[in-house]
Design a protein. Structure first.
Length: 258
């Protein structure tokens, strides 16, 4: 009796999981359909499920915004900023995980609270600093800002992974003369490699999706795919088919990485 009840509960959970998954994936599916429609079909009411597919949106998208240029910028920004954030976060997480003080918890909560601050609150001072340093519309500025924006979350995640490593392993290493860098390189990183990989993937996704700073501090020279997508919504109107094509082309690389 208990087994049959458990099987029914498993089936209910499976059905609910499929329902939630379909609901979450439906916007991407609909965006994919719109990408192969003409502008007239994409804006049709009621929506058209059956239409003659076309690739003209992707062709025009590439001609208008130079997809490869913006995609390369996205790869450089997301990859470099994530790598830099991991390099900065790993020592900080190591110290807070294995050498905590009375203020460690308060410091971590403060770091997380900074992550929750609306970006628009820091726009004017950051913009003025970048103007003074002549870093407007540069990849280095976008990499630095993206790295700092994601750093608190990456520190928190690495901290949680490092805490799962038994402290006795590091104590044994210290008794053998291993310093902090040696412990981090030969013990913590190999033992927490899956966690570091998932943290890096999350950091890349957050950096890849960064839109606010990209729109406000970059232009054609260092703009990422987020800027390319935004260019299809202008004073001339919303080009839904081309906007969908640009969105599909933008999410495809990060889905592949995922």
């Amino acid at each position: 009796m208990a087994n049959s009840q458990q099987k029914r509960q498993d089936k209910v959970r499976m059905v609910l999981g499929w329902i939630v998954g379909i609901i979450m994936a439906f916007p991407v599916f609909w965006m994919g359909l719109a990408a192969f429609k003409t502008e007239q079909d994409a804006a049709a009411i009621p929506p058209k499920l059956f239409f003659s597919p076309t690739l003209e949106n992707f062709v025009e998208m590439n001609e208008r915004v130079n997809y490869l240029h913006h995609a390369l910028n996205s790869v450089l920004v997301s990859g470099t900023s994530t790598l830099l954030a991991i390099l900065l976060a790993a020592p900080a997480a190591y110290v807070m995980a294995f050498y905590p003080t009375k203020r460690t918890r308060s410091l971590m909560l403060w770091m997380l609270s900074v992550r929750f601050m609306p970006a628009v609150g820091a726009l004017i001072p950051v913009y003025l600093i970048l103007v003074y340093l002549r870093m407007i519309d540069t990849l280095s500025a976008l990499i630095l800002i993206t790295c700092l924006a994601n750093l608190p979350l990456i520190v928190w995640m690495l901290f949680s992974y490092f805490k799962e490593v038994p402290a006795e392993i590091l104590e044994a290493a210290r008794m053998d003369g291993a310093g902090p860098i040696t412990q981090l390189r030969y013990l913590l990183i190999p033992l927490t490699a899956p966690g570091i990989s998932s943290t890096a993937l999350l950091g890349m996704i957050l950096a890849w999706n960064e839109t606010f700073w990209c729109i406000n501090i970059t232009a054609t020279k260092s703009g990422t795919l987020a800027l390319a997508i935004a260019s299809f919504a202008n004073s001339e109107g919303q080009f839904w088919a081309k906007l969908s094509a640009a969105s599909i082309a933008s999410v495809a690389p990060i889905l592949f990485f995922g």
